[in-house]
Write a protein that binds this ligand. Sequence first.
Ligand SMILES: Nc1ncnc2c1ncn2[C@@H]1O[C@H](COP(=O)(O)OP(=O)(O)OP(=O)(O)O)[C@@H](O)[C@H]1O
Length: 914
Amino acid sequence: MAALEGLEFGKSDFVLLDEVNIEQFMENLKLRFEKGRIYTFIGEGVVSVNPYKQMDIYGKEDIDAYRGRELYENPPHLYAVADAAYKAMKRRAKDTCIVVSGESGAGKTEASKYIMEYIAAITNPSQRAEVESVKKVLLKSNCVLEAFGNAKTNRNDNSSRFGKYMAINLNFNGDPIGGNINNYLLEKLFLCCVSPQLLRGGSDDMLKSLHLHNDPANYVYTREGAVATTSNNDRSSHKAVLSALNVIGFSEEEIHSIYRILGTILILGNLQFETDSESVRVVGMGDVSHIAELTSTEPDNVTKSLLYRTVATGGGEVIEKGHSKKEACFGRDAFTKALYERLFGWIVGRINAVIEVKDYNPVLHGKNTVIGVLDIYGFEIFDNNSFEQFCINYCNEKLQQLFIQLILCQEQDEYQREGIIWQHIDYFNNQIIVDLVEQPHQGIISVLDEACLSVGKVTDTVCLESMDAKLGQHPHYTSRKLTPSDKTMEFHRDFRIRHYAGDVTYSIEGFLDKNKDPLFQDFKRLIYNSSNPVLKEMWPDGQLSITEVTKRPLTAATLFKNSIVALVEKLGCKVGACLDSLMWGTSCTFDCVSVTITSLSSPFPPPSLPLSPSLHQVWRGALARMRCQRMRSIFAIMGCYKRYKVKVHLWEVERRFANVRNMADYGKSVEWPTPPAALTQFHSITQQLHRRWRAWQIVKNIPPSDMGEVRAKVAALGALNGERKDWGCGRPWERDYLANVSHSHSTAMYLRNKDEYNQVIFSGFCRKMNRFNKSTDRALLITDKHIYKLDPEKQFKVLKRLPLELMTGLSVTAGIDQMVALHTSSQDDVLLYIQRGELCPDQDRIGELVGTLIDHFTRGGFDLPGFLSHCALATPCGGPGACKLTSVARCTVFLPKSDMSMSWEMFLLLKTSC
Ligand SMILES: Nc1ncnc2c1ncn2[C@@H]1O[C@H](COP(=O)(O)OP(=O)(O)OP(=O)(O)O)[C@@H](O)[C@H]1O
């Protein structure tokens, strides 16, 4: 439970820094880290510093403490962000996504696991076996993916060598009903953890059947990684992976096939070739027969595909061309890599098949929503940057572009459309860099692909020359040749891209080889013809004969680009106009402290280091200020409220103590004076701050489709700011639309005398629908004392009279039907359709009704703490005629009267529940 214990150090939210500069940022981060606070909010995101030690902040009590709470109510934690995503999904039935990004070793995978565990823990323990099974499979799949997809690197002993997007589907109840994993592969995966685990953890019988020895040092592919792990660790990991595979639902045959493929890869890795006078031969034919046995293929076919390549001549003839020794080694490596890639893809596919949403009927079960967790590599700048860094950094440019689109463009446009005063921000749009990489026929990927596809020998250097020729004028591209005077560009530092997060100089060496699909079709055919159905399933493209293979396979860069484009599209749909639902993270390395940033809502990437100045400016100048203001208001309110509560408490203790003393001294209690002025001051301070915060909140929460609510909220906001006119057209509110209607005036006069009201707050025509859909004309009169329902056909006779003080709230429908429900504590609610303006049918008066009521209550000094959007979704039951209060789709609730402490409790309660 350590997450909630103890003091906070430094600023628990970076937006509260007095100055937004990197020195203060670092100082705060360092101070908090030294005091064991690894998480710090940045607005609605979280910055996390990897502690590299077990922290006591992930227990059940911690989970309970964050469940259903607002971000600012608890200390910063991943759970706060995960809960916010879950709440957004539940309240608004919107798909949400959490992006966890950071440098290698920053703690992304750990963070995404904690997030998944949290979501699994807070979703209702279900009686339905399939819900529990989905949770179990989702959690267990991490163990399998890590074994097959992680490897030791210089930066991280357990580094994920793939990006991962894990989506959880939830039903209307918020229960997980399925999921899906997408993986973004990059590297030579056969160096992953699973192989040493198999060698050290597999039983003797198992290893014997796979023709393997138990020492990882015996194999080329495990030799290097073997020293990083211990035998005990590998043995227990092997057990855990086997158990996870079983839990997920892999059959015995499938598990055995997986291990046979791993065995094949290890043996292949050791395979050598030699050249005799005429041709190339495999050294040690025993290995070939083991490979044939493990892949359920013929030994001759294995030998053939290792040493020959089938090619179609121009005349349509098919011939076998012998490899050189170099080609044979190249083919072998490509084959092992492809075996591993297909295995990994197949495992992910099998997990997806188990957890895919089944038997879900949206009509019966409501909308199926998704929470996605993206654990993706952050921006990378190494000493030697190669093809992998190029892909990773391109991926980050794409994500940055998505955020620019969603936040800066859309949000500014939206503010402009809605007439919200907003200083336009000039920002650096990184589309130009995205184009530099991906533009068809022009971009770097296209140049690389052209070089890979061209007939004849094209080297990396030739490819670099053609990049220089095509992109030499591009402001974000330069190369050693183009800037010979640049001393930072030396050998192996061939071309430089000015990325949004900084300059990266890449070494062109190996780009072409890594980009090509070097796998000869012979290997594909070999495995497709395996008698093992699991293997065969992994290689469906092996069924094509050499004459049928006309198209060149897509290159690695193009495949990667396609998958990232699809990912960005997917993320874009998740947020649409719903900006709150995306979370963003990025990473920085400060003096070897790794940081992951995860954020929710208004997702703007906080500064990566090195930070491009333009981005930094935008970040500092715009959103930070806005968030800062909002967060400051919230914290100030919280602070005032806490102080107020403490004072009230002390006051009460003192009063009681004085009473006891008086009783003892005088045998009677004495009158206690009224609370000191200081105490009442809190009310006004908190009210002001509260109002500021609330105004922001009201605007922020308007879902554009809900027109009725928009009108109500905008009017309310206007009223809070002292405006008494329609938003948009600026029409002043007349309020008393019955004033000049004959007969109504005499009724009003009569009521003024009888009920002694001072002012008409609102009056107008409306309609009442009964349950048989019959409509009757009515009139509504609201004074500062009463709400009246009048019959206009009977000279405005009073049909209903309710004291205004009984009014507890007001609801408007989400649609354009102008329906309003005035809630009362007497349960005698008034439900009416307010008539539009007679001369101008577009003139709606819902907003005016809400605005004038808010205006009245605000001016009367009543606190309106509950005026927050409150989604009370209910099913419309049979058209407007049959409308009951429960059919009001969205409620806007306020409490006109309540005592101060109660109102603050309500404020917090509503803030929490909204
Ligand atoms: N919250 C944490 N508490 C304790 N240790 C942690 C935490 N997060 C990360 N670590 C430690 O740091 C190591 C690296 O973390 P992790 O594998 O999550 O990094 P990563 O960002 O996913 O790296 P890569 O991109 O290389 O996969 C973990 O194996 C673990 O030992």
